[in-house]
Design a protein around this ligand. Structure first.
Ligand code: SAH
Length: 554
């Protein structure tokens, strides 16, 4: 279909309009808008034929008329058209100018309106900003409140969780006591208990395993509880400077509430309450007392230094025990206060001066090498470096940090140091070994090592304070005299955990291998050894039965 619109003469259009009245509105529209090809009715076809006839005759008339008019007419039409166009342009320009002026006017008016409305707008913006700021503040406040609420809920949950854990701990302890394990084995229950104890008290599992092998469950909980509670502050009166009664009176006057530590010491005072800092009173600064845990008095009392003796304090810094030894010796004789740490020796010097100790020589050797420096001491104190498992209440970081490997590392150094301490002592002299650890590896195991390797024996400390040393631990068995050693537990004695033992040197030198195997029966029985022994026993029994049967047959 062609896009070109059909060209109709005036007549044809008049006819078309005449017939269009007979057509529907829709058809007329179609006729106006489109080619006549789509007209379908017979009448319409006929009309169109008429139209064509008329159109043809009309065309002929038009042609004749056009010929008469000639070319001039055509030119006139062109000129008229041009004139019309010029007029149109002028009119348009005028219109444009008018429109431009109108637009400018409109713009000016708009600007004036805008200028008038500007302060209003700014006011509106300000209010909007204020509202937004207030909304932000409100949001922040709400956020903070919901965060605090959440924290509170977490704390409550944590608390209820801890309570739930403690309930489970108590339940397991009860089950283990009654030995009715139900569907779980004892080992499974112990493992669960260990896990809960680590969570509740904040220990690493390695250290907790060590403690679970040392204590029965109920005692373990008591020990762990005690480690979370502070021990009472105690001081030792320096009798080189004052007397206990005098000092007690002065301190009471300063607002200190105190009492004696116990019957076993004449120099200990326990501080319940104080209005003044105990480590900064004039009496403290002038050396009338030492801030010292009560259990630290014990190894010095066990050492029992005598007037005019030669004493070695092998690991002395910061001098808590050295100053006590000096006081018991009334500054007579001589004390060699040794320590491997130069830094810690500064505190040792300060304490010796403050406390008025005048019989002390400070040395800085590795204790393991001291026998090469000096020997033949009347008494030697080895207050050995240790893991500090007895003073967890003073240093809670131990719970997370110390592991079995630290215990074994210390045990190794302690074994070397104890042999060295024995070697520094005269024949018949006294050696006191102590640590602020409750671990077996740092105490009984070290002493057993000394018994196995040097001519020493354990003797009574002369003190009642403390539980006896252990005779066995895991698959280890210790010498029966180990019960003369003393263990201090925080949950039993309300003092820092501690260990001390007194040895007497019988002879010089190491124990020879052949003598060692005769004198020192195997005290450490490993699981492997036990298993082998059982197997041998079975074999022996089997052979004995066979022989019996053979004899009966004969
Ligand atoms: N007896 C002191 C505390 C001693 S703590 C008092 O009552 O105040 C253990 C000390 O052992 C630490 O001062 C440490 O520096 C020291 N030490 C560690 N290894 C040593 C070694 N090989 N020889 C000597 N001293 C050592």
């Amino acid at each position: 279909m062609s896009n070109k619109k059909p060209q109709f003469s005036k007549k044809t259009l008049q006819l078309a309009q005449k017939y269009a009245k007979q057509l529907s509105q829709k058809d007329v529209i179609e006729l106006k808008s489109d080619d006549d090809n789509d007209i379908k009715s017979d009448d319409e076809e006929l009309n169109i034929k008429d139209d064509q006839n008329e159109q043809n005759s009309g065309q002929q008339e038009d042609e004749q008329f056009e010929e008469q008019q000639g070319e001039d007419e055509e030119n006139n039409v062109d000129e008229e058209d041009e004139n019309d166009e010029d007029q149109d342009d002028e009119q348009n320009e005028e219109d444009d100018e008018q429109n431009g002026d109108q637009e400018e006017e409109n713009q000016d008016e708009q600007e004036i309106v805008e200028q008038k409305e500007e302060p209003k707008k700014q006011k509106k913006i300000k209010i909007q900003q204020q509202v937004e700021e207030e909304q932000e503040q409100e949001d922040e406040q709400n956020e903070l409140e919901s965060y605090q609420e959440e924290e509170q809920q977490n704390d409550q949950l944590f608390e209820t969780d801890l309570n739930a854990i403690m309930n489970r701990i108590n339940k397991i302890i009860e089950i283990l006591k009654q030995k009715e394990y139900g569907k779980f084995s004892r080992e499974e229950l112990l493992n669960e208990l260990k896990k809960h104890l680590c969570t509740y008290y904040g220990y690493n599992s390695d250290l907790m395993s060590h403690f679970t092998s040392m204590f029965k469950p109920a005692e373990l909980v008591a020990f762990l509880d005690a480690n979370d509670a502070p021990r009472p502050i105690t001081i030792r009166v320096n009798t080189l400077r004052t007397r206990r009664k005098e000092l007690a009176q002065t301190l009471v006057q300063r607002g200190v509430n105190l009492d004696s530590v116990g019957d076993w010491t004449k120099v200990g005072l326990v501080i319940y309450e104080s209005k003044v800092p105990i480590g900064a009173t004039p009496e403290y600064l002038s050396g009338h007392y030492m801030l010292q845990s009560a259990s630290s008095f014990l190894p010095v009392l066990a050492l029992a230094p005598q007037m005019n003796e030669r004493i070695l304090d092998m690991a002395a810094a910061p001098g808590g025990k050295t100053t006590y030894i000096a006081q018991l010796m009334k500054n007579s004789g001589v004390i060699f206060a040794n320590d491997t740490s130069k830094d810690r020796e500064k505190a040792l010097f300060y304490n010796l001066q403050r406390m008025g100790v005048t019989n002390c020589i400070v040395t800085n050797y590795d204790g393991r090498k001291f026998p090469k420096v000096m020997k033949n001491f009347d008494r030697v104190l080895l207050d050995a470096p240790c893991t500090g498992l007895g003073i967890i209440s003073k240093d809670p970081s131990i719970k997370a940090q110390k592991q079995m490997r630290d215990i074994l590392k210390h045990s190794h150094l302690q074994k070397e140091l104890i042999l060295s301490a024995i070697d520094c002592c005269k024949k018949g002299g006294i050696i006191v070994y102590s640590t602020c650890s409750v671990s077996v590896h740092e105490n009984e195991v070290v002493l057993q090592y000394a018994l196995n390797n040097r001519h020493v024996k354990l003797i009574d400390t002369g003190l009642e304070v403390g539980n006896p040393g252990l005779l066995k631990f895991d698959d280890k068995k210790f010498h029966p005299s180990m019960n003369l050693a003393r263990r201090i537990y925080p949950h039993v004695h309300n003092m820092d955990g501690f260990f001390y033992a007194k040895l007497k040197k019988i002879n010089h030198g190491p124990i020879k291998e052949e003598v060692k195997s005769e004198v020192q029966k195997p005290v450490v029985m490993t699981k492997k050894m036990k298993k082998k022994e059982k197997q041998m026993e079975k074999l022996r029994l089997g052979e004995a039965r066979k022989q019996q049967q053979q004899q009966q047959q004969q």
